[in-house]
Design a protein around this ligand. Structure first.
Ligand code: GTP
Ligand code: IMP
Ligand code: MG
Length: 358
């Protein structure tokens, strides 16, 4: 019986979806349960070479033996949810908690028309903030009240706690990242809820005594989309980073152009938002945020993604020994500065592009 939680350690888009897709196929959890805010998330995963951009369905769908659940803390966009059920062919094994809050058209309109939200905070426009505000006002609709969802309604806490009593394994999939937490992030440039492992447990109705591992995911560098400060790599500071000088050189060799160093780097690293298509700003790995986030999350392990983007020679490498010296040094530095073991290293976007040191 194990419970493993996967959370984001920087500003979201760390590649949690990719890591979940690997864990779902490799560890074969009986249940994959989605926690987190709602359809503001965009996880990109691959199954049999085909890419999926998922906002509602757990990325664990790639294992067709896993039961898929969505916890009560997660907001549901009904039409998006039903579209993804069709797209992934998961009808019959995906269920929602009856208490999930429902995002309505008005929430999305408000998210997009309110200047503070759309221009200031730079939200995803998915209606999550206004829906969570409505939930706090206690006027939101719940999933159990929506006729189109009637075939998908369950009691998630009951299901997962019963499964644990039967020695089954559970993988908890969170969304967003620590820096976007309503409590601990860069307020007011944050999402509408906490994003830590503790919140993920509350989202799905599971007590903290049941958890074996908290895997905090970081990209090999830091990215951020939307408002809020972040130290980027730019014209002024790139001289301090030999690693980034190499990356810029590679980008230029590929003929990539842009109005600034950061634009060239984002474009070379293909850092475009899954939900909104916005360009993600790119920075050097933020060690202090990573360390603080590992502490608050109670991290037992770290997963590093996109190592192949900084070190292209590592693309799809499956053994630690085959990583380049530069990549090994980078991973060691993260491990030492954050103070938690790096157990998963992702070397490409597809599920099996993974070095598993667990
Ligand atoms: P949120 O829930 O929105 O925070 O997203 P996420 O953490 O699931 O990440 P998302 O899928 O939005 O962004 C990660 C991007 O990196 C996706 O395009 C992935 O396909 C890609 N990716 C993840 N891991 C790797 C990797 O190791 N190498 C490469 N090349 N791409 C990766
Ligand atoms: P909201 O969650 O749509 O209200 O957006 C609030 C802030 O969180 C904005 O800066 C968004 O860009 C950011 N954000 C929300 N969800 C994600 C995500 O899944 N990945 C990355 N950034 C996100
Ligand atoms: Mg994303």
């Amino acid at each position: 019986m194990t419970v493993t939680i996967v959370v984001g350690g920087h500003f979201g888009d760390e590649g949690k979806g990719k890591v979940i897709s690997y864990l779902a196929l490799h560890d074969k959890p009986d249940i994959v349960v989605r926690a987190g805010v709602g359809p503001n998330a965009g996880h990109r995963v691959y199954r049999d070479g085909k890419a999926y951009g998922l906002r509602m369905i757990p990325c664990g769908f790639v294992n067709d033996k896993s039961r898929l659940l969505v916890g009560a803390g997660v907001l549901i966009d009904t039409s998006r949810f039903l579209e993804e059920v069709d797209m992934t062919g998961t009808r019959g094994r995906i269920m929602l908690d009856k208490r999930c809050g429902i995002i309505e058209e008005g929430h999305k309109e408000q998210d997009r028309s309110n200047k503070h939200l759309s221009k200031g905070v730079g939200t995803t426009g998915s209606g999550c903030g206004p829906a969570n505000a409505e939930r706090a006002h206690r006027t939101i609709k719940l999933a159990k009240d929506i006729p189109e969802l009637k075939d998908y309604i369950t009691d998630v806490p009951q299901e997962i706690n019963d499964a644990l009593n039967k020695n089954k394994n559970i993988l908890v999939e969170s969304s967003q990242g620590f820096g976007l937490s309503l409590f601990y992030g860069t307020y007011p440039y944050v999402t509408s809820k906490d994003t830590t492992a503790s919140m993920a447990l509350a989202d799905i109705g599971l007590g903290p005594t049941k958890v074996k591992d908290v895997i905090v995911i970081y990209k090999a560098y830091t990215t951020r989309v939307g408002g809020g400060s972040m130290e980027v790599v730019d014209e002024e500071n790139i001289g301090n980073y030999p690693l980034w000088q190499d990356v810029l050189e590679n980008a230029k060799k590929k003929g990539i152009k842009g109005n600034s160093v950061n634009e060239i780097l984002s474009s070379y690293l293909n850092e475009l938002g899954t939900v909104t298509g916005r360009t993600r700003r790119v920075g050097n790995f933020d060690f202090s945020l990573a360390k603080y986030s590992a502490m608050v999350n109670g991290a037992t392990q770290i997963g590093i993604t996109c190592i192949d983007k900084l070190f292209p020679e590592c693309y799809r490498v499956k053994n630690y020994e085959e990583l380049s010296e530069g990549a090994k040094r980078h991973i060691k530095e993260i491990e030492e500065k954050v103070g938690v073991r790096v157990s998963l290293i992702s070397t490409g976007p597809e599920a099996w592009d993974m070095i598993d040191l667990r």
